[in-house]
Design a protein around this ligand. Sequence first.
Ligand code: SF4
Ligand code: SF4
Length: 245
Amino acid sequence: MPADGFLIRQVELYVMQTIDLINLRKFSRDTGQPTHPELLDTTPMEHVNEIEITEEHITITYNERINRSYNANEIVHREWAYKYNDDPEFVRAIGKVIDLARKHLKDLPENVACPPGCAECCSGYEPFVSRADVARIAEHLGMPYDEVLKEYVVPRTSADSFYVGYLRKVDDDIASRCVFLKGSRSGKYYCGIYPARPGDCKDFTPIGCEDVDTSLPRNVRHEIGSPFVPKHRKRAHNGKRHSRR
Ligand code: SF4
Ligand code: SF4
């Protein structure tokens, strides 16, 4: 390609990227919704072929490869479905994508992160917990494993026995808030066991989330209150205070 042809191509590319970014930002501004994958600048996601989001799953196909053989070519790719699958290779791949996305942060819309204090998903979903999740929560709360299981987990073993159940709600209504959610209202919510929260909660992404509270400001300092304290400890604590009087 002649040098001026190369230059024109570069300018074309630059203009295309700029238009894409303007569309992307306009989409975010107009809707207040997390950016639709089709509108994302996918340049950083070199190894991702397709992202499909439904109500229950996020399915990402990645690492496409062409196996060339004598008379036919086979296209293969890896696939990962969020929420019911835990694939270390995918987790590493997505980690790289996130690193790249961070480097491109100036190109990305602000709403790749949840607005501070939003916790609609802590009511709308039931995070499944593995044995490791329960053990981590038990250590965090200073409680025996079996007690955490009894108090805070609804038993529901998954077919592969990886999950032992899901976190309880504050009452029997499945749409009620998670037993560990603290704060009085949207914008003030926070997870009461954040450092020990289940893997399901850690994996939750605002991208494609339709429950986001769009009224919340994003550039604010989020003050959180005291962590979750188990009921029996509260009772013990109250007892101590009474005995001092
Ligand atoms: S454990 Fe924390 S992050 Fe997970 S649903 Fe409950 S409050 Fe939300
Ligand atoms: S934006 Fe979505 S994923 Fe993030 S806290 Fe709100 S409801 Fe949950």
